[in-house]
Design a protein around this ligand. Structure first.
Ligand code: SF4
Length: 434
């Protein structure tokens, strides 16, 4: 593998560095678009005495036509990298234009954009410059300068570099709202194959340090203390899907373990994008975007609907259906558990009915305390009648034992095809809600 220093990288052959800020921004914002882990909900930061604030939900996002979320100042400090991860356009062996911004340049851009109301926050990542510590220190310096010198109270998401010293992680958490450490690929084998310089242990150790620090802060708060804030919007990660043949079953198992072990707020799934002059082990085509979407839906079911990762796929059917959402596919594969009585079923089981969402379940539980729910009540409760009908019994209708075994049940309950609006797709792609 070719190893080059920044100096030689940016001054030889095609690697002439961009020098003016506008060109640097064009290169570095474009390079950052591959990182999906940039949603910004879940943080509150008061604006008292400073510039800007964060709201409980979201910052200024824009969406690309394929549904990815990109915030305007989502940028890399540099796309120069000493590593050679095969799926990454910024890898050392990639023939891509390079640029690097100084700490001051990123601070200046953030403040300028903020004052002009272009952005409400900063998502900052970086290629590995000299070492994990050196890179992490630069990222921390940006956040520190924004907070301490510029009094910036907007949202900051810092990408955490695995293997950086604990003191740097600690400092990063003091200034950032969210920290993220990318797991990169779903399995250890995938990582060893395509990014051997990245160490799964190191990545998970860094996630573990963030979790421990957040746990300490929570414990101090419970004991009536007022500890300094530490990454109040929590930590997230990203994994690339479709770069290897790894199945959705393994992907969801990894996510589930990460949620449990490191208390992650989100796992982001980023469909592999083919890159120029790629390694022959990589596929020539991106996986269908709907696969990414199905993973977000499955992830949502695991986090909020009580599904176990292993239930949504099987050894025989190790990938999620691209045709049906995972809850619908699960219900069709487990017909023996239906129909359920909407007036008697437990919350957990109601959540498993296609066409009934979390809000619908809340309404059902509230309504049935007062009167038995009949068919005519369903649409008022926000239930998609066509989809839910064969799976539920109401006070005035029983679908009958034959209904659930019908061979054409998929067709009968499949959502009607309709042209998606860009913003429908974007919303669904970003939150995966089923
Ligand atoms: S360390 Fe990050 S930026 Fe560098 S090659 Fe790997 S994925 Fe790309």
């Amino acid at each position: 593998m070719r190893r080059v220093s920044i100096a030689t990288t940016v001054s030889s052959g095609n690697f002439l560095p961009a020098t003016d800020l506008e060109s640097k921004l064009a290169i570095l914002a474009d390079a950052a678009k591959y990182d999906a882990s940039c949603a910004s909900s879940g943080s509150k930061r008061e604006s008292r005495g400073g510039l800007g604030s964060t709201e409980g939900m979201g910052i200024c996002h824009s969406y690309t036509p394929d549904g990815r979320c990109v915030s305007l100042l989502k940028v890399l400090l540099t796309n120069v990298c000493i590593y050679d991860c095969q799926y990454c356009v910024n890898r050392v062996s990639s023939d891509t234009p390079r640029a690097r911004m100084s700490v001051e340049e990123v601070v200046r851009l953030t403040m300028d954009f903020y004052r002009r109301n272009y952005i409400e926050g900063l998502f900052l990542s970086s290629g590995i410059i000299r070492s994990s510590n050196y890179t992490m220190d630069q990222l921390v310096q940006v956040a520190k300068t924004l907070r301490d010198r510029e009094n910036f109270r907007g949202y900051i998401h810092l990408k955490t570099i695995p293997g950086a010293d604990e003191e740097l992680i600690e400092e990063a958490g003091l200034y950032a709202d969210r920290l993220s450490v990318n797991i990169e690929l779903p399995t250890l084998g995938d990582l060893q194959q395509l990014a051997p310089e990245k160490k799964r242990d190191e990545i998970e150790d860094t996630m573990g340090q963030i979790k421990v620090r957040r746990d300490e802060v929570d414990a101090d708060k419970k004991n009536g203390l007022r500890p300094p804030r530490f990454a109040p919007a929590g930590q997230s990660t990203q994994m690339i899907v479709g770069a290897t043949p790894t199945t959705d079953r393994d992907i969801l198992a990894t996510s589930s373990t990460l949620y449990q072990t490191h208390r992650l707020r989100r796992v982001y799934y980023s469909a592999f994008s083919p890159i120029p002059h790629a390694d022959s082990r990589l596929p020539g085509q991106a996986p269908p975007l709907v696969r990414e979407h199905r993973l977000y839906q499955a992830d949502w079911l695991i986090r909020f609907y009580g599904f176990d990762a292993g239930e949504l796929t099987s050894d025989e059917q190790a990938n999620l259906s691209l045709e049906l959402d995972p809850k619908h596919a699960w219900a069709l594969a487990h017909r023996e558990q239906f129909p359920i009585d909407i007036n008697l079923a437990a919350r957990e089981m109601l959540l498993r009915v296609p066409g009934i969402g979390e809000r619908g379940v809340k309404r059902i539980l509230r309504t049935r305390k007062h009167h038995a729910i009949r068919d005519e009540d369903l649409s008022r409760l926000g239930i998609v009648y066509r989809r839910a009908r064969p799976f539920i019994i109401t006070a005035d209708r029983h679908p009958g034992p034959l209904m659930i075994d019908r061979a054409d049940l998929i067709e009968k309950t499949r959502p009607k095809q309709r042209q998606l609006m860009l913003f429908d797709a974007a919303d669904s792609a970003s939150n995966g809600q089923v």
